[in-house]
Design a protein around this ligand. Structure first.
Ligand code: EPZ
Length: 431
């Protein structure tokens, strides 16, 4: 398949209305959770993104029947034909969320063999807390040539996480819902997609209380039914589009959002002088004049999301003054700033702290998308810059945003996909 690049003709204001897609990180948890059901489940509002495509391949490789209609955003999962408990490394390393197959397979079948997860390179990203939870529930765990093998009849337990972990909270919840007895999880993450996953599991008959708080109580059940369930809209896509609207000094209205999920970002945009209004499931963002520099510190939900730190830093490159960005969640989440410097941004990185001095303009340049949200940040920078920006390795962006270019083009952007060709002989460069 020919390698492609995104070509962005910048300097255009985003104006108009668009809708937000179903949540990536919630879908990547609810789809594996459907393996715990004893009957087929129909999941609605799923985004048509590459990470969901990989999950479909994983579930089918286990023997599950998966009927997916991307255009209808709908998937029917029947786990009744699952015959395998093994997720090969070739598939598990394609994404971070493959780790959820551990909790789901262990919780349903009492054993799982899953290759170490992949995902964006944001630092070491261990899964020790996931394994700590499985052990507490009675599972034995061993490493077999890069495969994590977990097995055991699970019994409810008390689990206190050493640090707040989104994936760990969801994964232990998946393992515990069919365990014998009660489980108490403390120091849990509170992200919206944790609540969404718990709501899905309760819809099929689980007994989970407290999702969205730091304490989750689960009463194990031996059977789980099937159900229809609609996943929540994507908090991070919503935020990315809000930031893009402000970055182009545009006027954009987003439909199908949950404004309460956006409060940390909204507060920071208002602090910068951006106009943000919301009503029911609609958010409007407008910016006419310059915007102020801020101090930004990423936190677990409901604090400022780490996944919006990178898109936000694009907006900060043109703020009046110098902003301070502190990345508290991941060790290494500033690679996109190296790329933005090529576009004229002024940023100094010191470990987990970046200082971004606002400049009057960015200029176009060829840049490389280092990871999913860093790629989205470079798209925003390309929209802001004068001239034609080329973004290489944009496959990272397609992993987690549904048709991002199309949505932005419908708002007035000019973004196209072009094949990468060898400048010398003109041959298409193929991956
Ligand atoms: C989830 O990653 C999301 N991914 C990330 O979104 C998101 O940035 C992150 O949560 C924080 O909100 C998915 O949901 C698929 P964590 P996850 O466990 O589960 C450390 C995106 O762009 N940690 O909350 O990996 C870890 O290294 C992606 O959509 C341990 O030390 O995040 C990190 O520093 C990027 N041991 C911190 O905790 C563990 O066992 C938070 O990680 C688990 C985590």
């Amino acid at each position: 398949m020919p390698e492609y690049k995104l070509v962005i003709s910048g300097g255009r204001e985003l104006r108009g209305e668009t809708s937000v897609s179903g949540g990536k990180n919630t879908s990547l948890a609810v789809i594996p959770a459907a393996l715990l059901a004893d009957y087929p489940c129909q999941i609605e509002n799923l985004p048509d993104i590459d990470d969901v495509r990989v999950l479909v391949r994983i579930l089918r490789s286990l023997g599950a029947k998966v009927d997916w209609h991307p255009e209808a955003k709908q998937m029917v999962i029947d786990p009744g034909t699952v015959t395998s408990n093994t997720v090969p490394f070739a598939l598990s390393q394609k994404m971070r969320a493959s780790y959820y197959l551990m909790g789901a397979l262990l919780g349903r079948y009492g054993s799982a063999r899953v290759g170490y997860p992949g995902g964006c390179d944001l630092g070491s990203r261990p899964i020790d807390q996931h394994l700590k939870g499985f052990r507490a529930l009675g599972a034995s765990i061993r490493d077999e040539n890069g495969m994590i093998v977990t097995e055991g009849r699970l019994k409810g337990a008390n689990i206190n996480f050493d640090m707040v972990t989104v994936g760990g909270t969801i994964n232990v919840m998946l393992a515990a819902v069919r365990a014998e007895g009660d489980t108490l999880m403390t120091n849990c993450a509170k992200e919206p997609h944790i609540v969404d996953t718990a709501n899905f599991l309760n819809r099929i008959g689980a007994h989970i209380r407290g999702a969205g708080t730091d304490t989750i109580r689960i009463h194990g059940v031996s059977r789980l039914g099937g159900a229809s369930y609609t996943v929540i809209p994507d908090q991070i896509e919503t935020g990315t589009l809000m930031i893009a609207a402000a970055a182009t000094r545009g006027d954009v209205t987003l439909h199908g959002c949950i404004p309460t999920h956006m409060e940390a970002l909204t507060a920071k945009l208002l602090e910068m002088g951006v106009m943000v209004t919301s009503q029911d499931d609609v958010i409007s963002v407008k910016l006419r004049q310059g915007h102020r520099a801020i101090r930004l510190s990423t936190q677990e939900y409901p604090g400022f999301p780490t996944d919006l730190q990178q898109p936000m830093s694009a907006l900060l490159t043109r703020a009046v003054g110098t902003s301070e960005v502190i990345e508290n969640i991941f060790e290494s989440r500033f690679k996109h700033l190296d790329e933005m410097r090529k576009m004229g941004a002024k940023a100094v990185i010191n470990g987990r702290v970046a200082h971004i001095e606002g400049v009057p303009e960015l200029h176009a340049a060829p840049v490389y998308a280092p990871d999913l949200r860093g790629g989205a940040a470079l798209v925003i920078a390309g929209l802001m810059a004068h001239g034609t920006t080329e973004i290489y390795n944009p496959e990272n962006i397609a992993r987690g945003y549904e048709h991002l270019e199309n949505k932005l083009n419908r708002l007035g952007a000019s973004i196209s996909r072009m094949p990468c060709v060898n400048e010398v002989n003109g041959d298409a460069i193929r991956v």
